[in-house]
Design a protein. Sequence first.
Length: 100
Amino acid sequence: MPITKTDVEKIAELGRLELTAEETDLLTEQLSSIIGHIEKLNELDTVNVPPMSHCAPAGGGVEYAKRDDRVRPSLGQTLAVENAPDAEAGYFKVPRVIGG
């Protein structure tokens, strides 16, 4: 199931992306290649492969997932917006994206 140029244009529209003709062609080729690799993976027989509970190898390497949660002080509003490109009244100021 290759991705068509129309598919890429629709995805770009949904993502509010402005793509040039060259970018559309390149993304069409790249996404089709990715889908091709996924289709190859779907051909593998995984009937006897047990599902994973973690993304680390079995028998170890999952200590990061077992650490205790620790309560720590938060950044606070002033420090959080200190390096923001645009802040107003202690909040992040962002461009309007709905109903502009």
